[in-house]
Design a protein around this ligand. Structure first.
Ligand code: NCD
Ligand code: ZN
Ligand code: ZN
Length: 345
Protein backbone atom coordinates (compact mmCIF):
# COMPACT_ATOMS: atom_id res chain seq x y z
CA UNK A 1 0.00 0.00 0.00
CA UNK A 2 1.42 3.40 -0.85
CA UNK A 3 1.17 5.88 1.94
CA UNK A 4 0.83 9.56 1.22
CA UNK A 5 0.66 12.75 3.20
CA UNK A 6 -0.68 16.07 1.94
CA UNK A 7 0.42 19.19 3.78
CA UNK A 8 0.40 22.91 3.23
CA UNK A 9 3.35 24.05 1.14
CA UNK A 10 6.26 24.54 3.56
CA UNK A 11 8.32 27.66 4.24
CA UNK A 12 12.00 27.77 5.16
CA UNK A 13 12.65 30.26 7.96
CA UNK A 14 16.47 30.22 7.59
CA UNK A 15 18.08 29.84 4.17
CA UNK A 16 21.33 30.81 2.43
CA UNK A 17 20.88 31.48 -1.26
CA UNK A 18 24.23 33.24 -1.87
CA UNK A 19 24.57 35.24 -5.09
CA UNK A 20 25.56 34.97 -8.75
CA UNK A 21 26.17 31.48 -10.17
CA UNK A 22 25.64 29.80 -6.80
CA UNK A 23 22.27 31.55 -6.37
CA UNK A 24 21.21 30.35 -9.81
CA UNK A 25 22.26 26.81 -8.99
CA UNK A 26 20.64 26.46 -5.57
CA UNK A 27 17.49 28.58 -5.84
CA UNK A 28 15.46 25.97 -7.81
CA UNK A 29 16.30 23.35 -5.16
CA UNK A 30 14.38 25.41 -2.59
CA UNK A 31 11.72 26.92 -4.86
CA UNK A 32 10.64 23.47 -6.04
CA UNK A 33 9.15 22.67 -2.61
CA UNK A 34 9.03 25.83 -0.52
CA UNK A 35 6.68 28.80 -0.91
CA UNK A 36 8.73 31.32 1.07
CA UNK A 37 12.06 31.56 2.79
CA UNK A 38 13.80 33.94 5.14
CA UNK A 39 16.92 34.73 3.14
CA UNK A 40 20.07 35.23 5.16
CA UNK A 41 22.07 38.41 4.46
CA UNK A 42 25.63 37.12 4.98
CA UNK A 43 26.85 37.84 1.47
CA UNK A 44 30.24 39.39 0.77
CA UNK A 45 29.75 42.31 1.27
CA UNK A 46 26.75 41.77 3.59
CA UNK A 47 23.21 43.00 2.95
CA UNK A 48 23.17 45.88 5.42
CA UNK A 49 20.86 48.56 4.03
CA UNK A 50 17.31 48.52 2.71
CA UNK A 51 18.63 49.48 -0.71
CA UNK A 52 20.97 46.47 -0.69
CA UNK A 53 18.11 44.17 0.39
CA UNK A 54 15.90 45.49 -2.42
CA UNK A 55 18.66 44.89 -4.97
CA UNK A 56 19.36 41.38 -3.61
CA UNK A 57 15.64 40.57 -3.76
CA UNK A 58 15.62 41.58 -7.44
CA UNK A 59 18.61 39.33 -8.15
CA UNK A 60 16.83 36.40 -6.48
CA UNK A 61 13.65 36.97 -8.46
CA UNK A 62 15.67 37.30 -11.68
CA UNK A 63 17.34 33.93 -10.96
CA UNK A 64 14.02 32.17 -10.35
CA UNK A 65 13.21 29.81 -13.24
CA UNK A 66 10.03 30.51 -15.22
CA UNK A 67 6.95 28.99 -13.70
CA UNK A 68 8.34 28.56 -10.18
CA UNK A 69 6.40 30.23 -7.41
CA UNK A 70 8.65 31.43 -4.59
CA UNK A 71 8.72 34.50 -2.37
CA UNK A 72 12.03 35.56 -0.80
CA UNK A 73 11.58 37.20 2.60
CA UNK A 74 14.46 39.57 3.08
CA UNK A 75 16.63 40.30 6.11
CA UNK A 76 19.14 42.98 7.01
CA UNK A 77 22.55 42.22 8.49
CA UNK A 78 22.95 44.11 11.73
CA UNK A 79 26.17 46.08 12.10
CA UNK A 80 27.29 48.61 14.68
CA UNK A 81 26.60 51.29 12.05
CA UNK A 82 23.07 50.18 11.15
CA UNK A 83 20.69 53.14 11.00
CA UNK A 84 17.49 52.49 12.98
CA UNK A 85 15.51 54.70 10.58
CA UNK A 86 16.60 52.67 7.55
CA UNK A 87 15.56 49.45 9.32
CA UNK A 88 12.17 50.76 10.36
CA UNK A 89 11.43 52.15 6.90
CA UNK A 90 12.44 48.82 5.30
CA UNK A 91 10.10 46.96 7.66
CA UNK A 92 7.23 49.41 7.18
CA UNK A 93 7.43 49.08 3.40
CA UNK A 94 7.22 45.28 3.71
CA UNK A 95 10.66 44.82 2.15
CA UNK A 96 12.28 43.14 5.14
CA UNK A 97 10.83 40.65 7.62
CA UNK A 98 13.72 40.49 10.10
CA UNK A 99 17.15 41.70 11.09
CA UNK A 100 19.99 39.23 11.55
CA UNK A 101 22.44 39.42 14.42
CA UNK A 102 25.82 37.77 13.92
CA UNK A 103 28.27 38.13 16.80
CA UNK A 104 31.42 39.23 14.95
CA UNK A 105 33.48 36.20 13.98
CA UNK A 106 30.88 33.59 14.97
CA UNK A 107 30.31 32.02 11.55
CA UNK A 108 30.63 32.29 7.76
CA UNK A 109 30.93 35.94 6.66
CA UNK A 110 30.26 37.39 10.10
CA UNK A 111 33.24 39.75 10.27
CA UNK A 112 30.96 42.81 9.95
CA UNK A 113 28.79 41.60 12.82
CA UNK A 114 28.33 43.04 16.28
CA UNK A 115 31.18 43.32 18.81
CA UNK A 116 29.72 45.85 21.24
CA UNK A 117 26.02 45.34 21.92
CA UNK A 118 25.62 48.83 23.33
CA UNK A 119 26.20 50.13 19.82
CA UNK A 120 23.07 48.43 18.43
CA UNK A 121 20.82 49.33 21.36
CA UNK A 122 18.89 52.01 19.42
CA UNK A 123 18.18 49.60 16.55
CA UNK A 124 16.95 46.88 18.90
CA UNK A 125 14.68 49.32 20.71
CA UNK A 126 13.21 50.56 17.44
CA UNK A 127 12.64 46.94 16.35
CA UNK A 128 10.89 46.11 19.62
CA UNK A 129 8.60 49.09 19.10
CA UNK A 130 7.42 47.93 15.66
CA UNK A 131 7.59 44.18 16.38
CA UNK A 132 10.31 43.41 13.82
CA UNK A 133 11.99 40.08 14.72
CA UNK A 134 15.70 39.78 15.46
CA UNK A 135 17.16 36.53 14.11
CA UNK A 136 20.12 35.53 16.21
CA UNK A 137 23.15 33.36 15.50
CA UNK A 138 23.51 32.38 19.13
CA UNK A 139 27.14 31.58 19.83
CA UNK A 140 29.71 33.50 21.81
CA UNK A 141 33.03 34.02 20.09
CA UNK A 142 35.18 34.20 23.22
CA UNK A 143 38.29 32.10 22.48
CA UNK A 144 38.26 30.60 25.99
CA UNK A 145 34.79 29.11 25.55
CA UNK A 146 34.77 25.58 24.14
CA UNK A 147 33.05 25.40 20.76
CA UNK A 148 30.55 22.84 22.09
CA UNK A 149 29.53 25.23 24.90
CA UNK A 150 29.21 28.39 22.85
CA UNK A 151 25.44 28.25 22.40
CA UNK A 152 24.66 27.64 26.07
CA UNK A 153 27.04 30.40 27.16
CA UNK A 154 25.53 32.79 24.60
CA UNK A 155 22.06 32.26 26.04
CA UNK A 156 23.21 33.10 29.57
CA UNK A 157 25.72 35.82 28.88
CA UNK A 158 24.33 37.60 25.81
CA UNK A 159 20.82 36.65 24.78
CA UNK A 160 19.09 36.74 28.12
CA UNK A 161 20.62 40.15 29.02
CA UNK A 162 19.67 41.56 25.60
CA UNK A 163 16.09 40.36 25.96
CA UNK A 164 15.80 41.71 29.51
CA UNK A 165 17.17 45.08 28.41
CA UNK A 166 14.80 45.27 25.44
CA UNK A 167 11.29 44.30 26.53
CA UNK A 168 9.05 43.38 23.63
CA UNK A 169 11.92 42.49 21.30
CA UNK A 170 10.85 39.52 19.19
CA UNK A 171 13.69 37.03 18.85
CA UNK A 172 14.23 33.93 16.75
CA UNK A 173 17.07 31.78 18.04
CA UNK A 174 18.41 30.43 14.78
CA UNK A 175 19.49 26.82 14.27
CA UNK A 176 19.39 25.79 17.92
CA UNK A 177 21.57 22.77 18.65
CA UNK A 178 21.23 22.14 22.38
CA UNK A 179 18.80 21.11 25.07
CA UNK A 180 19.67 24.48 26.64
CA UNK A 181 18.29 26.23 23.55
CA UNK A 182 15.13 24.12 23.58
CA UNK A 183 14.57 24.77 27.28
CA UNK A 184 15.15 28.51 26.91
CA UNK A 185 12.56 28.76 24.15
CA UNK A 186 10.07 26.68 26.12
CA UNK A 187 10.53 28.97 29.13
CA UNK A 188 10.07 32.09 27.02
CA UNK A 189 6.92 33.84 25.93
CA UNK A 190 5.24 34.59 22.62
CA UNK A 191 8.10 36.89 21.64
CA UNK A 192 10.63 34.02 21.51
CA UNK A 193 10.86 31.32 18.84
CA UNK A 194 13.52 29.07 17.34
CA UNK A 195 14.40 27.48 14.06
CA UNK A 196 15.68 23.92 13.93
CA UNK A 197 17.60 22.60 10.94
CA UNK A 198 17.06 19.32 9.17
CA UNK A 199 20.63 18.14 9.72
CA UNK A 200 20.66 18.79 13.47
CA UNK A 201 17.72 16.39 13.76
CA UNK A 202 19.85 13.72 12.09
CA UNK A 203 23.47 14.00 13.18
CA UNK A 204 25.29 14.34 16.47
CA UNK A 205 28.97 15.18 16.88
CA UNK A 206 30.07 11.58 16.44
CA UNK A 207 28.84 11.68 12.86
CA UNK A 208 31.37 14.43 12.15
CA UNK A 209 34.36 12.84 13.82
CA UNK A 210 34.10 9.06 14.23
CA UNK A 211 35.77 6.94 11.54
CA UNK A 212 37.37 9.91 9.80
CA UNK A 213 36.48 13.58 9.57
CA UNK A 214 33.33 14.29 7.53
CA UNK A 215 33.55 17.83 6.21
CA UNK A 216 30.03 17.77 4.81
CA UNK A 217 28.65 17.31 8.34
CA UNK A 218 30.53 20.34 9.63
CA UNK A 219 28.34 23.35 10.20
CA UNK A 220 27.90 26.06 12.80
CA UNK A 221 26.71 25.80 15.42
CA UNK A 222 28.48 22.45 15.34
CA UNK A 223 26.34 19.37 16.08
CA UNK A 224 26.42 18.43 19.76
CA UNK A 225 26.02 15.24 21.85
CA UNK A 226 23.23 12.76 21.20
CA UNK A 227 21.17 13.98 24.17
CA UNK A 228 20.95 17.38 22.48
CA UNK A 229 19.89 15.89 19.16
CA UNK A 230 17.12 14.04 20.98
CA UNK A 231 15.97 17.27 22.64
CA UNK A 232 15.78 18.89 19.20
CA UNK A 233 13.77 15.94 17.85
CA UNK A 234 11.32 16.26 20.72
CA UNK A 235 10.97 20.00 20.11
CA UNK A 236 10.53 19.73 16.34
CA UNK A 237 7.87 17.04 16.66
CA UNK A 238 6.05 18.70 19.56
CA UNK A 239 3.24 20.27 17.49
CA UNK A 240 1.87 23.80 17.71
CA UNK A 241 4.29 26.23 19.30
CA UNK A 242 7.38 28.28 18.64
CA UNK A 243 9.73 25.72 17.07
CA UNK A 244 9.83 25.80 13.28
CA UNK A 245 11.85 24.65 10.31
CA UNK A 246 14.80 26.75 9.23
CA UNK A 247 16.93 24.44 7.12
CA UNK A 248 20.02 26.66 7.26
CA UNK A 249 20.78 25.04 3.91
CA UNK A 250 24.19 26.64 3.37
CA UNK A 251 25.91 25.76 0.11
CA UNK A 252 29.67 25.89 -0.23
CA UNK A 253 31.51 24.41 -3.20
CA UNK A 254 33.19 21.08 -2.50
CA UNK A 255 36.65 22.57 -2.97
CA UNK A 256 36.01 24.78 0.08
CA UNK A 257 34.37 22.06 2.19
CA UNK A 258 36.99 19.38 1.46
CA UNK A 259 39.81 21.65 2.49
CA UNK A 260 42.46 21.97 5.20
CA UNK A 261 40.29 24.73 6.69
CA UNK A 262 36.84 23.70 5.52
CA UNK A 263 33.84 26.03 5.46
CA UNK A 264 30.90 25.51 7.81
CA UNK A 265 27.52 24.66 6.31
CA UNK A 266 25.35 21.71 5.24
CA UNK A 267 23.43 21.85 1.97
CA UNK A 268 20.01 20.28 2.51
CA UNK A 269 17.59 22.18 0.25
CA UNK A 270 17.15 19.31 -2.22
CA UNK A 271 16.27 16.46 0.13
CA UNK A 272 15.06 18.26 3.24
CA UNK A 273 11.42 17.22 2.96
CA UNK A 274 12.31 13.58 2.32
CA UNK A 275 14.55 13.60 5.37
CA UNK A 276 12.00 15.34 7.58
CA UNK A 277 9.23 12.93 6.60
CA UNK A 278 11.53 10.03 7.50
CA UNK A 279 12.49 11.67 10.82
CA UNK A 280 8.90 12.44 11.78
CA UNK A 281 7.83 8.93 10.80
CA UNK A 282 10.62 7.42 12.95
CA UNK A 283 9.26 9.47 15.85
CA UNK A 284 5.63 8.56 15.08
CA UNK A 285 4.87 12.22 14.52
CA UNK A 286 3.98 12.41 10.82
CA UNK A 287 0.74 14.14 11.80
CA UNK A 288 2.86 17.00 13.20
CA UNK A 289 5.15 17.46 10.21
CA UNK A 290 2.96 20.17 8.69
CA UNK A 291 2.93 22.12 11.94
CA UNK A 292 6.74 22.22 11.94
CA UNK A 293 7.26 22.93 8.23
CA UNK A 294 4.23 25.04 7.35
CA UNK A 295 2.40 26.50 10.35
CA UNK A 296 4.49 27.46 13.37
CA UNK A 297 6.91 29.72 11.51
CA UNK A 298 4.32 31.71 9.65
CA UNK A 299 2.41 32.18 12.92
CA UNK A 300 5.51 33.58 14.63
CA UNK A 301 6.14 35.94 11.71
CA UNK A 302 2.46 36.93 11.54
CA UNK A 303 2.04 35.81 7.93
CA UNK A 304 -0.87 33.86 6.42
CA UNK A 305 -0.45 30.12 5.90
CA UNK A 306 0.19 28.95 2.35
CA UNK A 307 -2.95 27.76 0.59
CA UNK A 308 -1.12 25.51 -1.87
CA UNK A 309 -0.48 21.91 -0.83
CA UNK A 310 2.26 19.38 -1.52
CA UNK A 311 1.92 15.63 -1.28
CA UNK A 312 4.59 13.35 0.11
CA UNK A 313 4.47 9.77 -1.09
CA UNK A 314 6.15 6.78 0.58
CA UNK A 315 7.64 4.02 -1.55
CA UNK A 316 10.94 2.45 -2.59
CA UNK A 317 14.06 4.26 -1.43
CA UNK A 318 14.47 7.58 -3.19
CA UNK A 319 17.85 8.40 -4.64
CA UNK A 320 19.25 11.89 -4.80
CA UNK A 321 22.35 12.97 -6.66
CA UNK A 322 25.44 13.10 -4.43
CA UNK A 323 26.07 16.66 -5.63
CA UNK A 324 24.29 19.39 -7.44
CA UNK A 325 26.29 21.10 -10.14
CA UNK A 326 26.21 24.86 -9.97
CA UNK A 327 28.02 27.41 -12.11
CA UNK A 328 30.17 28.13 -9.06
CA UNK A 329 31.17 24.46 -8.71
CA UNK A 330 29.76 21.21 -7.33
CA UNK A 331 27.93 21.28 -3.99
CA UNK A 332 27.57 18.03 -2.05
CA UNK A 333 24.12 17.26 -0.76
CA UNK A 334 23.69 16.39 2.92
CA UNK A 335 23.54 12.60 3.30
CA UNK A 336 21.46 11.50 6.29
CA UNK A 337 23.22 8.12 6.25
CA UNK A 338 20.04 6.07 5.89
CA UNK A 339 17.58 5.30 3.14
CA UNK A 340 14.81 7.81 2.47
CA UNK A 341 11.41 6.53 1.41
CA UNK A 342 9.38 9.71 1.13
CA UNK A 343 9.43 11.97 -1.89
CA UNK A 344 7.46 15.02 -2.90
CA UNK A 345 5.00 13.98 -5.62
N1 NCD B 1 25.44 27.36 9.33
C1 NCD B 1 26.62 27.34 8.77
O1 NCD B 1 27.44 26.47 9.10
N2 NCD B 1 26.99 28.23 7.84
C2 NCD B 1 26.24 29.38 7.39
C3 NCD B 1 26.26 30.51 8.36
C4 NCD B 1 25.36 30.33 9.56
O2 NCD B 1 24.16 30.12 9.42
O3 NCD B 1 25.87 30.43 10.69
C5 NCD B 1 26.81 29.84 6.05
O4 NCD B 1 26.51 30.94 5.62
O5 NCD B 1 27.54 29.06 5.42
ZN1 ZN C 1 24.25 30.97 11.89
ZN1 ZN D 1 22.60 30.00 8.46
Amino acid sequence: MTQSLTIRRPDDWHLHLRDGAMLEGVLPETARHFARAIVMPNLVPPVVTAAQAAAYRERILAALPEGMDFTPLMTLYLTEDTDPNDVIAAAASGLVQAVKLYPAGATTNSASGVRDFDRVRAVLEAMAEVGLPLCVHGEVTTPEVDIFDREAVFIDKMLDPIRRATPGLRVVMEHITTRDGVDYVRAGGEDLGATITTHHLVINRNHILVGGIKPHYYCLPVAKREEHRLALRAAATSGPGRFFLGTDSAPHIDALKEHACGCAGCFTATNTLSILAEVFEQDEALDRLETFTSLNGRAFYGLPPNEARITLVKGDPVTYPAKILTGAGPVTLFDPGYALHWRVA
